[in-house]
Design a protein around this ligand. Structure first.
Ligand code: NDP
Length: 398
């Protein structure tokens, strides 16, 4: 079989000769007891860069030993991209949300052999899920592999926005010492109302991590958490996003992108927020209206916006979020720490082993199977597509 793997570019100066840490902490299970990826073997050292082209998700030996062909490229956007050329006779495509290969209906129709799209990470909105259902292409992702990684990033971003860390760091780096400038937008998080849109794996982990800061915690989700969890964290549940954002100082967005959540934070929703609130969005860029966010930061309706997700990705150089005031954006990194890479590389291998050996892929990994939303996908996504507009990614110039 031919496996096409679309990964982000190597570091500009080549692959690292050594790493900051010699080993990764040992984690036994995910917080809800789900087991970590358990392939029969791995051919990489956990802690090395695996998500870039030369890292190859540690898959080459495994695939070639079994007689398969692996093609790895980062060239994914625009007319005649390498990925598009290779896709036409590929059986499996692997891509990561950080550098998404937008698998549109049109591309699927040019790939008659395509059987499966694997997301080496979480969030398969870069695949037109409706088209995948129509073409009986299975879609799977490595559920939980980087949920905790993202929740750590959320805590970092909430603290850095509210305390105005970026501004203070810039002053220190540029040789300055004006304390008044450094603190004129700086507050404590203690006592604030913090709410998450969705309390799934990431949303709940973010709430748990914020609890020790003595804040008031809120959530909105399609399904309610068990009462014991609500009591343990003293959570206020909101039937609607609107009711939650009206009372929160900080809103963190942790739902998947699908037709129900696309453009959820538009001008109308942002105007229903408490004046001067902060948004941290590590879910997907398209859940927020980019112009409305920038305008709200200009007007003061929002005091800060941070996250690591953009649309499209890579974000064009003139994407308004690169230059809007009071933002703490990073490129899409929260779920691809070296720690997370080891888990999603192992998870990808587990999925491939199951597929080649005709064994069932874990229900938790399934998004689309046999033409229907399945597993986690049936629980968390809605039918339809959220990939339109992705061709703009070609406008990013290295
Ligand atoms: P989960 O599936 O555990 O959680 C998703 C939650 O979103 C579920 O509780 C689901 O509700 C809820 N949800 C879905 N639709 C809505 C809606 N319309 N309104 C409110 N809640 C909704 O996934 P994770 O927490 O692990 O990941 C969530 C998302 O975060 C991913 O889909 C991805 O887009 C993003 N992500 C980003 C990463 C990054 O690197 N920045 C890395 C990993 C994920 P229910 O199931 O109750 O219906």
């Amino acid at each position: 079989m031919k496996i096409l793997c679309v990964l982000y570019d190597d570091p500009k100066d080549g692959m690292p000769g050594s790493y900051a840490l010699n080993e990764l902490p040992k984690i036994d299970t995910y917080p809800d007891g789900m087991t970590l990826p358990n392939p029969k073997a791995i051919d990489f050292n956990p802690g090395e860069l695996l998500g870039c082209v030369s890292g190859e998700l540690g898959l080459r030996k495994f695939l070639e030993d079994r007689g398969h062909t692996l093609v790895v490229t980062s060239d994914k956007d625009g007319e005649n991209s390498q990925a598009d050329k290779e896709l036409v006779d590929a059986d499996i495509v692997i891509s990561q949300p950080f550098w998404p290969y937008y698998l549109t209906r049109e591309k699927m129709e040019k790939a008659p052999k395509l059987k499966m799209a694997i997301t080496a990470g979480i969030g398969s909105d870069h695949v037109d899920l409706q088209a995948a259902m129509d073409h009986k292409i299975d879609v799977v992702e490595v559920t939980y592999c980087n949920s905790i990684s993202v929740s750590e990033h959320i805590v970092m971003m909430i603290l850095s926005l509210v305390r105005d860390y970026h501004n203070q760091h810039a002053i220190a780096k540029s040789g300055g010492w004006n304390i008044a400038d450094a603190v004129k937008r700086s507050y404590d998080v203690e006592g604030m109302h913090i709410g998450t849109v969705a309390a799934g794996r990431i949303g709940l982990a973010a709430l748990r991590r914020m609890q020790p800061f003595d804040v008031h915690l809120h959530y909105h989700d399609r399904h309610r958490l068990p009462e014991s969890v609500e009591q343990e964290l003293n959570l206020s549940f909101h039937e609607t996003v609107e009711s939650m954002v009206a009372v929160c100082d900080v809103v963190t967005i942790n739902c998947p992108l699908h037709p129900e959540t696309e453009n959820l934070f538009d001008e109308t929703m942002i105007n229903k927020m408490k004046k001067g609130a902060y948004i941290v969005n590590t879910a997907r860029g398209k859940i927020c209206n980019k112009e409305a966010i920038a305008a709200a930061l200009e007007s003061g309706q929002l005091s800060g916006y941070a996250g690591d997700v953009w649309f499209p990705q890579p974000a064009p150089n003139d994407h308004i979020w690169r230059t809007m005031p009071h933002h703490g954006m990073t490129p899409h990194t929260s779920g691809t720490s070296l720690t997370a890479q080891a888990r999603y590389a192992a998870g990808t291998r587990e999925i491939l082993e199951c597929f080649f050996d005709n064994q069932a892929i874990r229900d938790e990994y399934l998004i689309v199977q046999n033409g229907e939303l399945a597993g986690v996908g049936a629980h968390s996504y809605s039918k339809g597509s959220a990939t339109s507009g992705s061709e703009e990614a070609a406008e990013y110039k290295k």
